[in-house]
Design a protein around this ligand. Sequence first.
Ligand SMILES: [Zn+2]
Length: 228
Amino acid sequence: MVDLPDTLLAGYRNFMASDFADERMRYKELADQGQTPETMVIACCDSRAAPEIIFNTRPGEIFVLRNVANLIPPYEPDGEYHAASAALEFAVQSLKVKHIVVLGHGRCGGIKAALDTDSSPLSPGDFIGKWMSLLAPAAENVTSNTLMTQTERQTALERISIRFSLNNLRSFPCVDILEKKGRLSLHGAWFDISTGELWVMDSQTGDFIRPDTDEMPVQPESNETPAA
Ligand SMILES: [Zn+2]
């Protein structure tokens, strides 16, 4: 008995008939030769902020790590289970990605939880509470500002979380060394799910600015021959 939700089976059927058929040769090449993505994207689990969709990527183009609120914890080689660090290690040391993008987004539930310290845990394990405690000092700073509205606090902490992850990325020796050698670039971006706007972090000032769509490069057409 095939046991998957109908929506997934229907989606897969459509994928095989369209995208997979269009990219058949590319998938074959990727299978034979392995992946060589140049960019790692660290994004939130949120179903509305999928980096492959936002950046309109093809298979094999981006190596994606998703977790609640797109966080990278500090470098802690303590023998514990570190999923984010494992993905980062593979991307940097094995795939040798040239870029790492931390992609935050608007209306982030993880960030909302970090700001709402009065809320009770979702389960006895309180995994979200523990995970978001990484951002607790920043969240306290933001919540203590009584002149900000709740919406402003939310957006501020979403953007701070991006800078926080970028700082923690640099606490990993491999990232720090490669960035200083100019072989790895770190980037921040924030996606507004309500408008589709992408705000990109200025690497000098840390400010988020909207790039001019007219000045963005044009994505090359796929040169795959659609399967018959
Ligand atoms: Zn989120």
